[in-house]
Design a protein around this ligand. Sequence first.
Ligand code: PPS
Length: 297
Amino acid sequence: MAAISPVSRDSNLYWYKGFCFIKDMMSTEFIDSLKDFKIRDDDVFLITYPKSGTIWTQQILSLICSEGHRNGTEKIDTNDRVPWLEFRTINAYEDYNIRPSPRMFVSHLSETFVPRGLKNKKAKVIYVMRNPKDAMKSFYHFQDMAVLAEKSPDFQHFFEKFLDGEVFAGKWFDHIRGWYTHKDEYNILILKYEDMIKDLRSVVKQISTFLGIKLDDEAMDIVVKKASFNEMKKDPLANKENMPEDIIDNKSGSFMRKGQVGDWKNTLTVAQSELFDKLFQEKMGDLSLNFTWQIPE
Ligand code: PPS
């Protein structure tokens, strides 16, 4: 059995097979069991590194797939429509095996931990990535709300923690590299947060085409409107205001915080940014991956 090891800057996390898990929320036995989770051909998995557009894409999937979500007649929590694969407490340990098809799931897992059945290339995977400087900044603020996270006293502390991967989900570089280099093994649509900011309608179209769902112009207008930052911030279900208090402390911040590209510029120093650029080049330079770091570029 692979060893687990402690995380030096957060005692609520542990390292297991190159990934950082939350002690109180997931055991190694449970995580290992997910490899055998039975996949159906019409399943859809949304996968992200944290703070990269997860709730946004959950909302888009809910809006595309459910007329009741679009017209507001069904008030179903986004986490029930697109439930977490690994955070079972959030979904009250629901037995996903008896959930009716088509099922949608969300996960922050790296490529090495997801159910093997996804490699049959029938079930769909949507992987969303965000430029890591903005993801890092968003993660830094999210620590204040994440009850189980050990808070960093200042940004420099978090910056080092993030680079070392001592946050839930481990190193950003590993997550992206793992999914990107194994993408051909999956029926996958790779999206970027910044493209969603630049042209949400096009991305919604891409997602609906990938899902094989045709929306008329009126339905498309509603999806794009209800997936906008301002609409989602007003919606308690999208803003995670209904999450259990022992998981998210809504008094310490707003989940829908800023929703911008380039907010990292207000926090990272020139030295931090340059160090990050150097590491990015070293670790990702061989991949044909470009990110939008600010708008306009
Ligand atoms: S989590 O905790 O990993 O599930 O967080 P995640 O949902 O991946 O990321 C949260 C950030 O996404 C922003 N967000 C949006 N930006 C623009 N438009 C819309 N509609 C939208 N919805 C969510 C959210 O504001 C967080 O980013 P920051 O930079 O902190 O604002």
